[in-house]
Ligand binder design. Structure first.
Ligand code: PLP
Length: 426
């Protein structure tokens, strides 16, 4: 079977995927459909595969060296975000999480307050604590169109003495791409209160049609002199296990600061990760473009299927990435519907509560793992990022044409294997 297709998902059967040994496929028993951790079931992009096989064949498996990475990233950043990056401001870090933490260690005193926004990527709080800083939560605001930054809440936290702000944009789990105007307000506040902004932009290469991602450090550097963007090829090209990310300084002073990171931070990156990232940034954009077409289709297909089969579930399609943040409160399954879906439907979703107490009643579904037929999910939407989404709008009793809660929960009943959302068993 050729692995150089134009549909990045069109390669592996479910049986083949079950032979994988990564977290996604190794965590649950074989009767569970894993749709939790943010890994995709894609075949590797051909340029990445070539680079990795060539390295293995020449026995090139020593320590990582950043040669070529900064220039490749700068090329990608310019083509994707119209962002001019000075390669001198790009530093290799082992992964995005370690990159964020090391920047916090470098730029804030021990014990200082670091602001995050629940719903938050679950490792944020434990990582901040592990590095000896305190988490200050400014929860996102829920609006009919999705989730927004609480700019007033951020100002209060900054004024109260926070030293840093860990911004996640595009946002996991909501898939929100924050507006430039909001980011500019954040930058202005950060300057006023002398707060370091560390922007996790791991999902940025997966920005979907209709949305525009603004790299935080691409904002005017006079406005945001103490900012760092941390980003990688890991999510977009599915190479998280290879360990490579970059931290990009937003100013000359921050570049000088990052230059003082311990050399060991760089050494802990994966050599194969660096080679894969260079191949991705340099030659992987056509593959990524195909992937985004597929993910755009998936987010619309999910909208259609939920509307038809689970209208009580609230869903605002993501503006970036492949994670769907689903409000299951209307199903009457309590604060932790993921437990019910796992027990009854044998589908593993991420638990909403892991993203914060405001995640009660939610689940996160990974849409980067399913087959979607060409033309599927073509419903027209009114708004650029895939439509205004649907708010939960019915009680469990009258919510769905499906016969009862157990049927609703069978594999989340996104098609009960009969619909277009089902796996292609080959
Ligand atoms: C927003 C966000 N940041 C960081 C990570 C982890 O990235 P890494 O494996 O590079 O630490 C993820 C993984 O899904 C993520 O979604």
């Amino acid at each position: 079977m050729s692995r150089e297709t134009t549909d990045p998902f069109d390669d592996y059967s479910l049986a083949e995927l079950r032979t994988r040994r990564s977290e996604k496929w190794a965590t649950y028993p074989a009767d569970v459909l894993p749709a939790f951790v943010a890994e995709m079931d894609v075949a590797l992009a051909a340029p990445i595969k070539r680079a990795l096989i060539a390295a293995i064949e020449r026995g090139d498996t020593g320590y990582a060296h950043p040669a070529g990475l900064a220039a490749a990233f700068a090329e990608f950043a310019h083509a994707s975000f119209d962002w001019t990056v000075d390669p001198d401001r790009v530093v290799l870090v082992p992964d995005v999480t370690v990159g964020l933490a090391e920047v916090l260690r470098l730029t804030t005193p021990p014990g200082s307050d670091v602001v995050t926004n629940t719903l938050a990527y679950p490792p944020f709080a434990p990582t901040i604590a592990e590095y000896g800083r305190q988490v200050v939560d400014v929860p996102l605001l829920r609006t009919p169109d999705g989730w927004e930054l609480d700019i007033d809440g951020l100002e209060r936290a900054f004024r109260a003495g926070a030293c840093a702000y860990l911004l996640c944009n595009p946002h996991n789990p909501t898939g929100r791409v924050f507006a430039r105007d909001d980011l500019e307000q954040v930058a202005a506040l950060a300057r006023r209160y002398d707060v370091v902004v560390v922007a996790d932009e791991n999902h940025a290469p997966l920005t979907l049609p209709g949305a525009v991602h603004t790299p935080f450090v691409s904002l005017d550097e006079d406005v945001a002199p103490k900012a760092v963007t941390v980003i990688s090829a890991a999510k977009a090209w599915n190479v998280a296990g290879l360990k490579c990310a970059v931290a990009v300084a937003g100013s000359e002073s921050m570049r000088a600061r990052l230059a003082t990171l311990p050399a060991e931070v760089q050494t802990r990156a994966g050599h194969l990760g660096v080679l894969a990232a260079i191949a991705a940034f340099r030659e992987g954009r056509p593959w990524l473009a195909d992937l985004l077409v597929h993910l755009d289709r998936n987010r619309r297909l999910l909208d259609d299927l939920l509307a038809a089969q689970l209208p009580a579930v609230g869903y605002v399609p993501p503006q970036a990435g492949y994670l769907a943040w689903l409000d299951c409160a209307g199903l009457g399954l309590g604060d932790d519907p993921a437990a019910h879906f796992l027990a009854e439907g044998r589908i593993a979703l991420s638990r909403g509560l892991d993203f914060g107490t405001n995640g009660a009643g939610f689940v996160r579904l990974n849409m980067g793992d399913v087959a979607c037929p060409a033309g599927g999910g073509g419903r027209a939407h009114g708004r650029g990022h895939g439509g205004p989404g649907r708010q939960a709008r019915a009680s469990p009793r009258d919510a769905s044409p499906m016969p009862g809660a157990v049927a609703l929960s069978a594999r989340l009943d996104i098609g009960t294997h009969a619909s277009a959302w089902a796996w292609r068993q080959r």
